[in-house]
Design a protein around this ligand. Structure first.
Ligand SMILES: Cc1cc2nc3c(=O)[nH]c(=O)nc-3n(C[C@H](O)[C@H](O)[C@H](O)COP(=O)(O)O)c2cc1C
Length: 381
């Protein structure tokens, strides 16, 4: 816990700024609360069952306006890095997602899938085909696998084209199923981020080298998806400084480096930037109070989503290493929203422990919010 986030505080300011509507593609979001993407690993055979639809519907009924699903794999054979993660392909998988979309819409919320390729976080033995290794920009073990040192397959230009085509198929399927957009997972040290990161990308072709060249894979990916889904279908891009196994890493160290990073992505066709941080209240660069989402919005003019420890004292990594979090008030968030630093607020763990987090907050029933505990990282009800 840091001194800036006192435990057991309650909110004293009006929460109204969090409950203003926002235009989203061809529909309105009824407030600014977004469910952050959270892997559940509860979709055996890569098919989301009725329990998945009920899980997301509960959050929609509980007042969340936009749901970003758990990471969902496109059909590329090396996309999966964790067991029982759903796919966005195949008759059964697509039918499962159609049911999820219909249930969430019936409860009045919008929903987008997070499209996720794990790159070298995948290891041999993983489903669906255990003989397929991790794929990566370079044949360098992911720092998260320093114990096994398993070397991934270095992607050829043909592999890159096939991977992009796989994302395009998933994005087109998402649009056909009635999803309200897609999020591309470009964060946390997975495939897209492995291209950004000089530790995992040591290529000497057009995909590696300077920051601009390390952006090439993402730019090509976004451009291909945009061309396939048309101009109206919202594309969210999630990015982060931190990476799995490198939590303090800074991909960009100054606002001007952030501008060099974001501008090509925006020009390629991104509509909304989702800046993944562990604490929304941390200023990103010296000399300004703006957080990463605030800088993303200021630099690009695009709507931005913030995330990280909303309503909780411990951050995501502290929770992973075993702590139960305490509820805290959201005054600091409200102050940032009041000055339009960002547009939307993603909530992760607080929505695992209490599907009605948003409704309780809006109704002044903050005391009734169920506090997040370690057990909520595995039950996903
Ligand atoms: C159980 C769990 C699973 C997660 N899975 C994903 C994921 O699939 N994709 C992703 O981008 N982030 C994932 N995250 C990170 C969250 O989206 C979010 O950024 C993080 O939990 C911080 O928000 P919070 O402090 O409100 O929990 C996960 C977090 C948790 C707790």
């Amino acid at each position: 816990m840091t001194p800036e986030t006192p435990a057991l505080d309650t909110t004293t300011l009006s929460v109204q700024p969090l409950f203003r509507p926002l235009r989203w593609g061809s529909r309105d979001l009824h407030n600014r609360v977004v469910m952050a993407p959270m892997t559940r690993s509860h979709s055996p055979g890569k098919v989301p069952g009725p329990d998945v639809a009920a899980y997301y519907r509960r959050r929609a009924e509980g007042g969340t306006a936009l749901i970003i699903t758990e990471g969902v794999n496109p059909d590329h054979p090396a996309a999966t890095g964790h067991p029982s993660v759903p796919g966005l392909y195949g008759d059964e998988g697509l039918a499962g997602w159609k049911h999820v979309v219909d249930e969430v819409h019936a409860a009045g919320a919008a929903i987008i899938p997070q499209l996720w390729h794990c790159g070298s976080v995948r290891t041999l033995g993983m489903e669906p085909d255990p003989t397929v290794p991790g794929f990566a920009p370079s044949a360098i073990p992911h720092p998260a696998h320093s114990d096994t040192g398993e070397t991934p397959h270095e992607m050829t230009p043909g592999d890159i084209d096939e991977t992009i085509a796989s994302f395009v198929r998933a994005a087109v399927s998402a649009r056909e199923l009635g999803f309200d957009g897609i999020e591309l997972h470009g964060a946390h040290g997975y495939l897209v981020d492995q291209f950004f990161w000089e530790v995992t990308n040591q290529r000497s072709d057009r995909y590696g080298g300077s920051l601009e060249k390390r952006l090439t894979f993402a730019v090509d990916l976004i451009g291909a998806v945009r061309a396939a889904v048309g101009p109206e279908f919202p594309i969210v891009f999630r990015f982060s400084q931190w990476k799995r196994a490198a939590y303090d890493y800074k991909l960009v160290k100054t606002p001007s480096e952030l501008e060099r990073f974001l501008t090509p992505l925006v020009e390629a066709g991104v509509d909304v930037l989702h800046a993944s941080t562990r604490r929304f209240n941390d200023p990103e660069f010296d000399g300004s109070d703006l957080n990463l989402a605030g800088w993303a919005k200021k630099i690009t003019g695009l709507p931005a989503i913030t995330v990280g420890s909303v309503g909780l004292d411990l951050d995501y990594v502290q929770s992973r290493s075993g702590g139960d979090a305490h509820k805290v008030g959201i005054d600091a968030l409200i102050r940032r929203l009041e000055r339009d630093e960002f547009d939307l607020v993603a909530v992760g763990r607080a929505l695992l422990s209490d599907p009605a987090w948003a409704a309780k907050l809006e109704d002044g029933r903050e005391e009734e919010i169920v506090a997040f505990e370690r057990k909520h990282l595995t039950i996903f009800e």
